[in-house]
Design a protein around this ligand. Structure first.
Ligand code: IMP
Length: 192
């Protein structure tokens, strides 16, 4: 496949996702993930890193990110829910599945798909600090600062985005589109 064909495939929505426009294509995602991996490898060198993937949205990002971190690390998963199935947060965050091992004394890197209102991140930070983690930092693929309700710190950010509802590369709308290989915008924007 030549470069032109590959670029066209990125520019146009895939057939089974009509109405989804590519915002960050596969190449763009891969090169930003590689950069984040290099930064994290330097910052956590010599420290016992635990990567905490926040399910379900961060699953694809985490899978790529950990392969870009050139350090021994432990991988944990935490399921949280804050959205009923629509496009706005219910404001209530709850744990739907907990980690398999205690995180006491660990240097934890929380990996999020997107920080929107910041409610989820604030909840996670408080919960992890209460569990006695040695340090808690956050790496988010996407950051939507214009929607912030809680003043949270995102230590590592892939891309800062405008107030648009995004899907793909782990992000869903009503459990759809997670498996798109790119991050896209749904057009017209979903209303629920
Ligand atoms: P927050 O608690 O409002 O910061 O929202 C965090 C969670 O909301 C993310 O981890 C996502 O699961 C979801 N979310 C926020 N914005 C979007 C979006 O544009 N597309 C898909 N999910 C989103």
């Amino acid at each position: 496949m030549d470069g032109r064909v590959a670029r066209m495939a990125e520019d146009f929505p895939v057939a089974w996702a009509p109405g989804v426009r590519v915002l960050f294509g596969q190449d763009v995602l891969a090169s930003r993930v590689a950069e984040l991996g290099r930064t994290l490898s330097a910052d956590y060198a010599g420290r016992p890193l635990t990567v905490l993937c926040v399910l379900k949205g961060a699953s694809l990002f985490t899978a790529d990110l950990i392969r870009a971190i050139a350090l021994p690390l432990r991988l944990e998963f935490l399921g949280v829910a804050s959205y009923g199935g629509g496009t706005t947060s219910s404001g209530e965050v709850r744990i739907t599945s907990d980690t398999g091992t205690p995180l006491h004394d660990r240097d934890v890197l929380v990996v999020e798909d997107i920080v929107d209102t910041g409610l989820t991140l604030r909840f996670l930070h408080q919960a992890l600090t209460a569990r006695g983690c040695r340090s808690v930092r956050t790496c988010a693929l996407l950051d939507k600062p214009s929607r912030r309700v809680e003043a949270v710190t995102v230590d590592y950010t892939g891309f800062v985005v405008e107030d648009r509802f995004l899907v793909g590369y782990g992000l869903d709308h009503d459990e759809r589109w997670r498996n798109l290989p790119f991050v896209g915008v749904v057009e017209p924007a979903p209303t629920t």
